[in-house]
Write a protein that binds this ligand. Structure first.
Ligand code: PGA
Length: 252
């Protein structure tokens, strides 16, 4: 682990994605031990995979229980059939929910409704988060374009859960899952930046050289809606967890 770098947002650099994932999983283990009914904000993507694997390992070793926890995922594609294997709900089910003791009725994602029903679904999701008492601990990845959740560049700092149009870069990154760009949904529901900023603690993981440039812009540039992750700079308890490759362009 390197010394803390001089950035606008706190960050720690680990020798590998796995080392970072173990550190963030351990933080969650300790938090859950002290407060079992934690409300979690969770991401999908390649980045959190080693983190979810470590949660499963800790659970199997009886070192971590999610039995009293609640989860809210960041986002979901619109217009997919319920149960579509390419939905984020199905992905979370396979990567985490089916392998830990988080009760099914306390795992939340926006429903992949048709776009016409998105405004109502967004209101329902915001209300659910509020009724749960807000998110205590939010984990994020970051897109190559700086998005958090599906808040693409230009998303307002005060935005709430809503329908969004996906950017070309985001669609390209999802093409493999959908068997070609033409099959990727163009729209999604995402928690807003304002919604994310209300979480009491925020951790952001970014790994690999493809993220180095956007990590540099997010952590060292002026906060701007053009780089949504840079807007996290105003939060009272936020930390980026990087590997040496994603931190390559940050200077000491
Ligand atoms: P990734 O996606 O983890 O697959 O790189 C991150 C994101 O788009 O938020």
């Amino acid at each position: 682990m390197s010394p803390t770098l001089r950035t606008r947002i706190a960050c720690t650099v680990y020798p590998s994605p796995r080392a970072a994932a173990l550190a963030v999983a351990d933080e969650l283990r300790v938090r859950l031990a002290g407060y079992p009914s934690l409300v979690l904000g969770l991401p999908t993507g390649n980045t959190p995979v080693p983190f979810y694997q470590e949660l499963i390992r800790l659970h199997r070793a009886s070192l971590l229980s999610l039995a009293q926890a609640t989860s809210f995922n960041l986002d979901e594609y619109l217009g997919l059939a319920p149960g579509d294997p390419r939905s984020f709900r199905a992905w979370m089910q396979a990567q985490l929910f089916s392998q830990v003791d988080l009760p099914a009725n306390r795992t939340h994602l926006p429903d992949p409704v048709e776009p016409a029903a998105a405004a109502e679904e967004s209101r329902r999701y915001e209300l659910l988060i509020r009724e749960a008492g807000g998110v205590d601990w939010m984990l994020l990845g970051i897109g190559r374009n700086g998005h958090i959740g599906f808040n693409e560049p230009g998303s307002p700092r005060t935005s709430r859960t809503r329908l969004v149009e996906l950017e070309a870069k985001t669609i390209a990154d999802a093409a493999k899952t959908f068997g070609g760009e033409q099959h990727v949904p163009r729209r999604a529901i995402t928690m807003g930046i304002g919604t994310i900023l209300e979480a009491r603690a925020i951790r952001v993981m970014a790994f690999g050289s493809a993220k180095a440039e956007i990590v540099q812009r997010a952590l060292t540039g002026e906060p701007t809606e053009l780089v949504p992750a840079s807007l996290l700079a105003g939060h009272a308890d936020v930390r980026f967890l990087l590997d040496t490759e994603s931190a390559r362009l940050l200077s000491q």
